[in-house]
Design a protein around this ligand. Structure first.
Ligand SMILES: Cc1ncc(COP(=O)(O)O)c(C=O)c1O
Length: 434
């Protein structure tokens, strides 16, 4: 059922008035909230609270740590050897870069359309973020742009699988091989996405995930690094744990399991056992939730592309399994008819009672991205010049910003028929003038 067009039925004066202008909204239902707790998650938290051990740096209680349990389960789910949990996705990125020896004098190519944590993770390691443009069809970093930005100082490429699409790993792998660059995959938004049969995060040297509240799998805050490389995994572990390593053999009750062997300048980016237990419980639901999101996204796509001026970001290959942090759709002038996309997002939000919004502001003009304010940058003329954001032009990132609207993945957990309400709201906003 779609919102009837004027040719199909006469709109009443009231129903044709947009909700943003005081009319009746298309939808007054309650949409699924996020995050979602369940009895298993609640029991997992209570079990940890009663266990006497709330973190790996606590004394052993004779049982596997929550970290061991989650790390093994997530590594198995992804098909990778090692998973090292971290307190945030940002720290996972910082640690991944540090472990790959990214440091002063290095350049790291980062997409110009992503969350500010990406370039800041590079700056935290005193390296220079170089902003690449994106592919306007997938919104992810464009291999052609990466190719153009490579200099003798380029050490790594930070690939982000953005919103609901997977970056072109075939082209990026080729470039990385040719120029001996490290590929780090930021999978903060793509838990369980698969590219040519492989989980994202396992294709580059290291994958970094975020488990912050809005993400498709969450413990409120959290993250992890994943890799197949034993040495790199050990280094990330030690960098994350103040230089300490975990002794796999169960120690006598009441003893520490962390071995203070030093040798690396580490910091504490550990996740608490309470959060890890939440993640283990949430992981059990991830595949079913991803399947439901995919199913609803396919139906919503089918409905939306019937509307004038609406299209959907491209797939690379029908074999790939995308996941959804946000469902993205593109609007052209045929839909907008002179109205700004910002206004359309407000009008849709009012019709649906959910937040429909634009993507990230491109980094070269993002108000939160102020690399010149980093302490080490302030002290170095060369660095100030190297990080200047006005040197980067990102026409495709601007195009994506100007044509895209996003719906949070929790909306895709609603009933199948609820997708029709979204299409109906789109139809109403398209048909009823400003
Ligand atoms: C692409 C991307 N990278 C990194 C991060 C940082 O993750 P966190 O908020 O867990 O530090 C985010 C968070 O939104 C993100 O979207």
């Amino acid at each position: 059922m779609l919102y009837p067009t004027s040719s199909e039925s006469k709109l009443t004066k009231e129903s044709s008035k947009l909700a943003i202008n005081g009319g009746t909204p298309i939808c007054q239902k309650t949409w699924p909230t996020w995050p979602q707790s369940n009895p298993a998650t609640e029991k997992a938290v209570i079990d940890v609270l009663r266990s006497g051990r709330w973190t790996i740096s606590g004394f052993t209680n004779g049982k596997s740590t929550q970290e061991q349990i989650f790390a093994a389960a997530f590594a198995d789910f992804l098909g990778v050897k090692h998973c090292i949990p971290t307190d945030h996705g940002t720290s996972a990125l910082e640690l991944a870069l540090a472990a790959c020896s990214v440091g002063p004098g290095d350049e790291v190519i980062v997409p110009g359309l992503t969350w500010v944590a990406c370039p800041y993770a590079v700056l935290t390691n005193q390296a220079v973020p170089v902003l690449a443009d994106v592919d306007p069809h997938t919104m992810c970093i464009a291999a052609e742009s990466v190719q153009q930005l490579i200099t003798p100082k380029t050490k790594a490429v930070l690939v982000v699988h953005l919103y609901c699409r997977i970056a072109d790993m075939t082209a990026l792998n080729l470039i990385a091989k040719e120029h001996n660059l490290v590929l780090i995959e930021d999978c903060a938004q793509a838990h369980g996405a698969r590219w040519r049969g492989r989980s994202v995060g396992t294709i580059g040297k290291v994958g970094a995930f975020s488990m912050q509240q809005g993400k498709p799998m969450t413990s409120g805050e959290g993250g992890c690094c994943v890799t197949d490389d034993d040495e790199l995994a050990d280094l990330i572990y030690r960098l994350r744990t103040d230089g300490r390593s975990f002794l796999p053999n169960v120690q006598a009750l009441g003893k520490m399991q962390l071995w203070e062997h030093g040798g690396v300048a580490g910091r504490n980016h550990c996740l608490s056992d309470i959060q890890l237990a939440i993640l283990t419980a949430q992981l059990k639901d991830l595949q079913d939730q991803n399947a439901r999101r995919r199913e609803n996204a396919a139906y919503l796509t089918e409905l939306l592309i019937q509307l004038p001026g609406v299209s959907i970001p491209n797939f690379h290959d029908p074999e790939d399994e995308e996941t959804y942090y946000h469902f993205a759709f593109f609007l052209n002038e045929e839909f907008l008819q002179g109205r700004s996309i910002g206004w359309v997002s407000e009008a849709l939000s009012a019709e649906l009672g959910i937040w429909v919004h634009q993507p990230y502001v491109p980094l070269n003009r993002h108000p939160l991205y102020v690399p010149e304010e980093k302490h080490w940058v302030k002290q170095c003329t060369e660095a100030r010049e190297a990080v200047r954001k006005d040197q980067f032009t990102l026409p495709y990132a601007e195009e994506v910003y100007g044509k895209t609207l996003l719906l949070h993945h929790s909306i895709l957990l609603a009933e199948h028929k609820d997708m029709e309400l979204i299409a109906a709201a789109m139809k109403k906003v398209h048909e009823v003038g400003k």
